[in-house]
Design a binder for this molecule. Structure first.
Ligand code: NAP
Ligand code: GDD
Length: 354
């Protein structure tokens, strides 16, 4: 903890700060007075769009958002960042988070999601040992870990992972528990069901649908190719879920917590809801492409978050309909802007010619 303007300010370190959840969590922690340190991967193009609105120039006095280049595959870098950030709380959100991609890149997924967690836990273990500081660790576990287990799923439901991503997350979950028990560290596993937002990556099914609905509405797209429409998910709003992450680390005891809405809908129902927001009939535009089927599918996720509701006093604030509407409205605005650019025959710089 550092003294900021006479007040004690907590320091948090977030891996995956450039992702959907990282951006909402940063906003939340900054609003609570934290100094937020984030790990950014080096990329040949900018990957900070989701946090550009809160970015603070390194030359700004008293800045509270500090970005560090590091990668979950590189322990040395992680150690340096932990030593520089002196975090009171570590939120490990960084991951190769796409289930379908994990079948194509299983080894990389295991390295980032399972081994990456182990590397960071080991940094924390040494840091706590050498400094005697109190540090709390949040691990971004997933309902995918339940996989084929019968719904509703709670903390007591045995895992049955169905993808390399899910297996890696199960490993990370158990590394967390082992480090908690072996070294007495405060390590909490969130088991979060699907959560979405206008900042959701565009290849996840909800955003793929709302993005397409907006583009179809303004005449920029004619078809939407999807895979399995029958899968059921318990979809919440990412903004509500980062609040749960924070509450988990404020709780007096570490543990494992399911975070979910308790309502599930099929991909088909999401489609219906999103397209009807724009007075469109999805059946006219959607085609099934088996390329989007998964070798092993997760059919039905429905969370029972009674423990979090009781112990953390957390509950979701955004309904399914409000979530879909929020995403559709945002993607309609995006599509309208795209169309303006298109109609004005705006020519983006062709970098291949320079
Ligand atoms: P996301 O949007 O895909 O963001 C993932 C973040 O991880 C990005 O900042 C990404 O950096 C970073 N990252 C990827 N590989 C990395 C590596 N090797 N080293 C360091 N950083 C790396 O995911 P999200 O939806 O925000 O989810 C956050 C976490 O919660 C993930 O661990 C995810 O698996 C888990 N989770 C998500 C959900 C959900 O429904 N959203 C549910 C349960 C659990 P780039 O921006 O450079 O790609
Ligand atoms: N991505 C995608 N693209 N999924 C499709 C498509 C498509 O074109 N068509 C149908 N689906 C189905 C998938 O087969 C899956 O059953 C469902 O839509 C949801 O897929 P995603 O949106 O990719 O999410 P996910 O449930 O596989 O994984 C997300 O939620 C997990 C929590 O349960 C990710 O955010 C994971 O990182 C997260 O852990």
């Amino acid at each position: 903890m550092e003294v900021l303007g006479g007040e004690l300010s907590k320091s948090a370190l977030i891996t995956g700060i450039t992702g959907q959840d990282g951006s909402y969590l940063s906003e939340l922690l900054l609003s609570k007075g934290y100094t937020v340190h984030g790990i950014v991967r080096r990329s040949s193009s900018f990957n900070t769009a989701r946090i550009d609105h809160i970015y603070q120039d390194p030359h700004e006095a008293g800045r509270r958002l500090v970005l560090h280049y590091a990668d979950l595959s590189d322990s040395t870098g992680l150690r340096r960042v932990v030593e520089a950030a002196l975090p009171d709380e570590i939120y490990n959100l960084g991951a190769q988070s796409h289930v379908k991609v994990s079948f194509e890149n299983p080894e990389y997924t295991a390295d980032a999601d399972a081994m990456g967690t182990l590397r960071l836990l080991d940094c924390m273990r040494d840091h706590v040992h050498h400094t005697g500081r109190q540090v709390r660790f949040y691990q971004a576990g997933s309902s995918e870990m339940f996989g084929a287990a019968k719904p509703p799923q709670s903390e007591a439901t045995p895992f049955y992972p169905r993808s390399p991503y899910a297996v890696s997350k199960v490993a990370a979950h158990w590394y967390g528990i082992n480090y908690r028990e072996a070294y007495g560290l405060f390590i909490t596993n969130g088991i979060l069901f699907n959560h979405e937002s206008p900042r959701r990556g565009e290849t996840f099914v909800t955003r793929k649908i709302t993005r397409a609905a907006g583009r179809i509405k303004v005449g920029l797209q004619k078809k939407l190719f999807l895979g399995n429409l029958e899968a059921r998910r318990d979809w919440g709003f990412a903004g509500d879920y980062v609040e749960a992450m924070w509450r988990m680390l404020q709780h007096h005891q570490s543990g494992d917590f399911v975070i979910a809405t308790g309502e599930a809908f099929s991909v088909r129902e999401f489609l219906e809801e999103a397209f009807s927001c724009l007075d469109l009939h999805w059946e006219k535009y959607v085609e099934i492409d088996p390329a989007y089927f998964r070798p092993t599918e997760v059919d039905y996720l429905l969370g029972d978050s009674t423990k979090a509701r009781t112990a953390l006093n957390w509950e979701p604030k955004t309904s399914f309909k409000q979530l879909v509407r929020m995403m559709v409205d945002s993607d309609l605005r995006l599509a309208e802007n795209e169309r303006l650019i298109h109609e004005n025959k705006f020519v983006a710089a062709d970098l291949s010619r320079v």
